[in-house]
Design a protein around this ligand. Structure first.
Ligand SMILES: Cc1cc2nc3c(=O)[nH]c(=O)nc-3n(C[C@H](O)[C@H](O)[C@H](O)COP(=O)(O)OP(=O)(O)OC[C@H]3O[C@@H](n4cnc5c(N)ncnc54)[C@H](O)[C@@H]3O)c2cc1C
Length: 448
C-alpha cells in the first residue's frame, strides 16, 4: 500500500478522495487566463483531495503529511489566477471549504473559519447591519483564507485599501506542517504579512479575524462616454472626492463593454464605460457630475440588475477580462499600477507604443492611504514576446507591474514581504511541503 492509499485508509473515503477526474478538476485554478501559464501548468495534478471536516481532522492530516513527507497545497474556492493551487509536486490538495465556522461577530470585526465563502459571509453580515470592507469580484466562490493568501483587494478597496493595509486583517490562526502541528496566533503588521498573499507557503490559515464596515445600501450606476478622457477624468473625480461615499469605481475602455453579454440590451458597446457603486445620498450628485463630463447614464440600472439576477461587480475587476475572453479566448491581461500623478501620460505613451494591442481597464483603489489607478488592461495576445515587451515598456515608463504570467510568488511583483514569508516557511514547514515550487527562495533540497 502506498502512502496515499494509507492516508485514505486512515481518514476514510469521505475525507480523502482519489477519483482521478475529481482530483484533476480540483488541481486547477484560473491560470488559463495566462497563455504563458497555460503552456507551463496544464499537466499537473495532485494525488488526492483531502477535505477535513473540522480543525482536529486538519491537524491530524497535516501531521500525517509531515510524517510521510507528502506535499500539501491548501485550496479555497480555486479562483486564483496564477496557478497558486496547482500542485507542482503532486500530493494532497487540501480542500478547506468545510472549515467554514462563524466563530464570533462583534460590531466592527469578526472571526471566521478559513473556508467560509465571502459571498456567504457578506449575506450573514447583513443580518448584523454590517458588510465586508472589501472583497474580490469572485466573492461568491472565493473563501476568506483563499482571498487572504492569494488575493489583493477588490470592491471596497477604494475606501479601505488592500489586504496589506493596517486594520483590515486583524488576526489569523495558522497551523504549521510538522509532526506535531502548532496553532499560531498571529497579530501585528509584520507578523500578518508573513501570511498575506503567500500562496499558502508558510502555514495553513485556520481562521481569520477581519474588520467589518457598517452596511450601506449601495446603488449601482453605469454611464457611457464617447471620449476616453471624459470617462477617466470623471472616474478620477469620483475616486478622489472625499465627499462621495463609494465602494466601486471601475473604468473599461471601448470596446470592452461589448463583451458584457448580459448588459447588451443596456449598453451600446462601442463607448467607454464607468461603473460605480455609490451610497444613496450621493447618487443624484454623482449623476449630475457624470453628465457634466458628457456621460450618459443607463436608466434604472439597479432594477435591471435585480431583474436579471446580476451584480454590478460581475463587470468589474478581473471579471472584465473574463467577459472579454469569452468573445476572444486568446486575449489576456496584465496588472499595472499607474503613477497617480502621471497616469494620463503613461496611458498615452503605452497606447502609442502598442496601438492595437491594449484596451485600458482601471480600478481605482486606495493603497497605503493614497488613491491610485490600479489597472488590469486587456491585451490582444499575439506572442509571449509581445506580452513581455508590453510589461517591459510599462516598467520603463514607471508603471508598476505585477506579472500575472508567472506562478513563482516573488516574480509576481507583490513581493515586498517575500523574505518574511520565506522565514516563516522555514520554521513552520521544515520539510518544504507546503505548496512546494512556488518560490525559488526555498529549494526542494531544503526537504530533509
Ligand atoms: C474572474 C476573476 C476575478 C477576480 N477578481 C479578483 C479581485 O477582484 N481581487 C482579487 O484580489 N483577486 C481576484 N481574483 C483572484 C481570486 O479570485 C481571488 O484572489 C480569490 O479571493 C481567491 O480565493 P479562493 O478561495 O478562490 O483561493 P484559491 O484560489 O483556492 O487559493 C488562493 C491561494 O490561497 C492559498 N490558500 C487557500 N486557502 C488557504 C488556507 N486555508 N491557508 C493557507 N493558504 C490558503 C492557496 O494555496 C492559493 O495559493 C479574480 C479571479 C478571477 C478568475
Amino acid at each position: 500500500m502506498n502512502r496515499i492509499q494509507s492516508l485514505q485508509q486512515t481518514f476514510g473515503e469521505e475525507v480523502i478522495r482519489l477519483d482521478e477526474p475529481y482530483v484533476k478538476k480540483m488541481s486547477r485554478d484560473y491560470y488559463w487566463y495566462s497563455p504563458v501559464l497555460k503552456k507551463q501548468l496544464s499537466g499537473y495534478a495532485g494525488d488526492c483531495v483531502a477535505i477535513p471536516r473540522n480543525e482536529d481532522e486538519l491537524e491530524e492530516l497535516l501531521s500525517f503529511a509531515a510524517r510521510h513527507r507528502i506535499p500539501v497545497v491548501p485550496k479555497g474556492g480555486g479562483t486564483g489566477n496564477y496557478g497558486q493551487i496547482v500542485p507542482l509536486q503532486g500530493g494532497i490538495i487540501l480542500d478547506t471549504t468545510k472549515l467554514n465556522e462563524v466563530k464570533n461577530i462583534e460590531k466592527g470585526f469578526g472571526t471566521f473559519g478559513a473556508g467560509i465563502t465571502l459571498g456567504k459571509l457578506e449575506n450573514l453580515l447583513a443580518e448584523t447591519n454590517q458588510e465586508l470592507r472589501f472583497y474580490p469580484s469572485t466573492y461568491m466562490k472565493s473563501t476568506l483564507a483563499g482571498f487572504i493568501a492569494g488575493g489583493t483587494g477588490g470592491i471596497g478597496s477604494i475606501e479601505y485599501g488592500t489586504l496589506w493595509d493596517e486594520g483590515n486583517v486583524l488576526g489569523l490562526t495558522v497551523m504549521t506542517l510538522e509532526e506535531k502541528p502548532k496553532r499560531l496566533t498571529v497579530h501585528g503588521k509584520e507578523e500578518l504579512a508573513r501570511y498575506i498573499h503567500n500562496y499558502g507557503l508558510s502555514g495553513v490559515i485556520v481562521d481569520a479575524t477581519i474588520a467589518l464596515a457598517p452596511k450601506t445600501s449601495w446603488q449601482s450606476m453605469i454611464a457611457e462616454f464617447e471620449r476616453w478622457e471624459d470617462a477617466l477624468f470623471f472616474s478620477e473625480y469620483v475616486a478622489k472626492g472625499k465627499h462621495i461615499q463609494k465602494r466601486l469605481v471601475s473604468v473599461s475602455a471601448a470596446p470592452l463593454s461589448a463583451s458584457f453579454q448580459p448588459l447588451r440590451s443596456l449598453l451600446s458597446g462601442d463607448q467607454h464605460i464607468v461603473l460605480l457603486q455609490i451610497a444613496p445620498q450621493d447618487v443624484d450628485y454623482v449623476q449630475q457630475i457624470g453628465q457634466s463630463y458628457q456621460g450618459k447614464w443607463a436608466v434604472d440600472f439597479n432594477t435591471f440588475l435585480a431583474s436579471q439576477r446580476l451584480r454590478a461587480t460581475d463587470f468589474s475587476w478581473n471579471h472584465v477580462t473574463l467577459w472579454r475572453m469569452k468573445d476572444y479566448p486568446d486575449d489576456t491581461y496584465v496588472q499595472a499600477r499607474f503613477d497617480p500623478e502621471k497616469f494620463r501620460l503613461q496611458m498615452n505613451e503605452l497606447s502609442a507604443a502598442f496601438p492595437d494591442d491594449i484596451f485600458m481597464h482601471v480600478e481605482w483603489i486606495k493603497a497605503g492611504g493614497q488613491v491610485v489607478p490600479s489597472s488590469q488592461p486587456v491585451i490582444c495576445y499575439k506572442a509571449d514576446e509581445q506580452l513581455f515587451a508590453i510589461m517591459e515598456k510599462c516598467r520603463q515608463i514607471g508603471i508598476r507591474i505585477s506579472n500575472p504570467h508567472t506562478y513563482i510568488l516573488e516574480e509576481g511583483g507583490k513581493d515586498d514581504w517575500i523574505e518574511h514569508i520565506c522565514a516563516a516557511k522555514r520554521v513552520n514547514d521544515p520539510y518544504n511541503l507546503l505548496n512546494p515550487g512556488k518560490t525559488k527562495r526555498v529549494e526542494v533540497t531544503d526537504r530533509v
